[in-house]
Design a protein around this ligand. Structure first.
Ligand SMILES: Nc1ncnc2c1ncn2[C@@H]1O[C@H](COP(=O)(O)OP(=O)(O)O)[C@@H](O)[C@H]1O
Ligand SMILES: [Mg+2]
Length: 330
């Protein structure tokens, strides 16, 4: 029996990973989150639910390491961005295999400026500069995009429509200026094996998005999208899963927006299209060789919320979600 601990059980990616692994024979799934109200906790049996501190907090890695040791966990899968740097930095302290790319790969993916530098010359990348005086003074086609080097969920993304507005932002090395890509946007779920060989690249549209999560879309078979995303994954030395976001330039060329080095919220579509990435990542963590190239089919999806009912006494309490509870009672 393989024991797997999945963190981020309250998010769409966590729920999708838990659901996929629950279908896999010989696997016992443990679910963890910082909040006792995280829905995915209640997809597993009561004795396999765990509360962990927030990924950014001091005690996070120690707490997860303690759970892995106490529960004899074989493989740890984190679906939370903030957990990846601390976990990958201390992966050798874990008794479980951490199913995540290297710390270097994570670091490069989470810094959009570093990522652009790394990928330039290897695949189409929009012109990208740090927000500094000489970059601001360059000749840009407006509008341009200004966004945080380390952002997520579209927070802080601005469309700046003139040189004057750009100059008014001042200098800030935590922000980048980027060529505006006017075309259609795609998310490509990419899986690489232990040697960095690309095993699958599944492009999909984000036709409807709610709170940063794709809620309707379709997979698209397109060699250029697949090869561009694969080249980006190879450039950062990916092993395991990442979500490569591309957007078409004015001439139609798919160009790199960013890479999220983890499972995406829209994972169920990729799984249904033929590539069960959570199960394949588990194979990878267990040292089971992956197939050469896994095909997928074109498929569309829509989603709705689903209810899980539990006895009130069964809902786990968490010291880490106190502020949320206050917000509810206020
Ligand atoms: N260079 C760009 N051209 C056009 N739109 C962009 C550009 N950069 C970002 N955006 C828009 O902002 C969204 C969020 O940007 P992204 O780079 O994916 O950062 P994050 O998702 O980490 O906040 C994108 O999905 C896209 O719609
Ligand atoms: Mg994005």
């Amino acid at each position: 029996m393989t024991k797997v601990l999945v963190t981020g059980a309250g998010g769409p990616a966590g729920v999708a990973v838990i659901r996929s692994l629950l279908k896999r024979s010989g696997t016992e799934v443990f679910a963890a989150d910082m909040d006792g109200w995280a829905s995915g906790l209640y997809l597993v049996a009561g004795e396999r639910r765990r509360i962990v501190p927030p990924g950014r907090s001091e005690g996070f890695v120690d707490a997860v390491a303690a759970i892995c040791a106490a529960d004899d966990i074989d493989v740890l899968v984190s679906t939370v961005d903030a957990e990846l740097p601390p976990l990958t930095a201390r992966r050798e302290e874990l008794s479980a295999v951490l199913a995540a790319p290297s710390a270097e790969t994570i670091e490069c993916a989470l810094d959009k400026w570093r990522l652009a530098r790394r990928c330039e010359g290897r695949l189409p990348v929009p012109r990208t500069r740090l927000l500094e005086a000489d970059a601001v003074a360059e000749d840009w086609d407006f509008p341009v995009i200004v966004k945080p080097r380390r952002g997520a969920g579209s927070r802080g993304v601005r469309v700046v429509d003139s040189a004057e507005s750009l100059a008014r932002l001042g200098e800030d090395r935590d922000l980048i200026v980027q060529e505006y890509l006017p075309g259609e946007e795609y998310s490509v779920d990419v899986l690489a094996d232990a040697d960095g060989r690309i095993v699958a690249a599944v492009p999909r549209t984000r036709t409807r998005v709610d709170s940063g999560v794709s809620i309707a879309g379709r997979t698209v078979r397109d060699d250029t999208l697949e090869e561009t995303a694969a080249a980006a994954a190879v450039a950062i030395g990916l092993t395991g899963v990442a979500n490569v976001q591309l957007r078409r330039a004015a001439d139609g060329t798919p160009s790199l927006l960013e890479i999220n080095p983890r499972f995406p919220g829209a994972l169920p579509l990729t799984i249904a299209a033929g590539v069960d990435m959570p199960s394949l990542v588990l194979d990878l963590a267990l040292g089971i060789p992956l197939p050469d190239r896994i095909p997928f089919r074109e498929l569309a999806n829509v989603r709705f919320l689903e209810d899980v009912f539990v006895e009130p006494a069964e809902v786990l309490s968490s010291p880490f979600a106190a502020h949320q509870d206050e917000a509810v009672t206020a």
